[in-house]
Design a protein around this ligand. Structure first.
Ligand code: SF4
Length: 122
């Protein structure tokens, strides 16, 4: 028996799943799918920020285009910490393609226009 809290909506049902994948505690079918996925192939959408070269916009928000395997979250964060964006970026632009050979891209979630004064350009 494994216990978990469903994160598919704000209700946060307390779920239990047994070795035969029988799920209890869910208020809707999404809880069943969530519990089974959590014990077979847990994934998470990775949301974070990436550094830029712009002094006034030091970081921009990004996310994985799809959920990535949960065990790749911390290695991906380490990889992301080494990235630096140097130019204007729009929502959906690929910031890092196929991160950690997961087949999933890291994409921008915000438009950022870099406007430099000549004294700011690095
Ligand atoms: S089981 Fe359904 S109602 Fe409960 S937290 Fe999950 S999605 Fe929400």
């Amino acid at each position: 028996m494994k216990e978990m809290i469903c994160i598919m909506c704000p209700v946060g049902c307390h779920l239990e799943i047994d070795e035969n994948k029988n799920v209890t505690g869910n208020r809707c079918p999404r809880g069943i799918a969530y519990a089974i996925k959590e014990v077979t192939n847990p994934t998470r959408v990775l949301t974070t920020t990436v550094r830029t070269t712009h002094e006034r916009i030091p970081r921009i928000s990004v996310k994985s285009a799809e959920p990535i395997p949960k065990e790749l979250v911390f290695p991906a964060m380490k990889r992301i910490s080494s990235l630096k964006i140097e130019s204007t970026t729009h929502v959906g632009d690929v910031i890092c393609k196929n991160i950690l050979d997961s087949g999933i891209d890291l994409i921008a979630t915000k438009d950022v226009v870099f406007e430099y004064n000549s004294s700011e350009r690095k």
